[in-house]
Design a binder for this molecule. Sequence first.
Ligand code: SAM
Length: 234
Amino acid sequence: MTWHAAIATIMPDMFPGPLGHSLSGRALDQGLWTLSAIDMRDFATDRHKSVDDTPAGGGAGMVMRPDIVAAGVDAASALVPDAPQIYLSPRGEPLTQVLAHELAAGPGVMLLCGRFEGVDQRVIDARELREVSIGDYVLSGGEMAAYVLLDAVVRLLPGVIGAASSLDEESFENGLLEYPQYTRPRAWEGHSIPDVLLSGDHKKIAAWRRAQSETLTRTRRPDLINGKKALPTT
Ligand code: SAM
């Protein structure tokens, strides 16, 4: 079965959006993955198609109603019944390359995109939604987070990237950041490509790259070395 992304949103026109371009867009055209966007407003019960209401206990903003969100989530989940059900949320576990591999290995994903101040807690609890964050900042809606998650996952699906080895050496694949990359021209604005990369000695090149990766990771992201997690094989 083709890997499927079912998205519960109040802005279905935002999809596929940027996912319809470049690598993910070509893969979508080729049928390597499929996408459907469920409009949660279709489940609204008033003539204004409202999906939100004032927060219990007072405070600023509006909260998405559990009855309407649950109906949207159920409709989206029915399209990918055995897939993880995710609520994109700044409070969630961080999106990592490990999670991207985990999702790519499954049948697809159901993504709930919040708006306003977020969704009523009862729907998160009742549907046992897994909360996933794309970073420590607040977006105005989950749709942008869905783009990010899906882009990270779709490029891992079989057949989407030609040479699988180009994935193996990327940042996070082995718990390290990627080494610096160079291409022609050989000299540019007085800066040359490191000699070792032009030596043709593949062992030396691999050792140089590994050392660069380790230094970069130690300096910029020591947390990756300390909290190393194994990637599942997809
Ligand atoms: N009041 C919420 C809070 O403080 O945690 C923020 C709500 S935000 C304005 C609206 C929606 O954007 C959220 O329901 C969520 O779906 C999405 N969102 C915002 N930041 C996100 C992030 N870092 N990762 C994933 N989704 C995010």
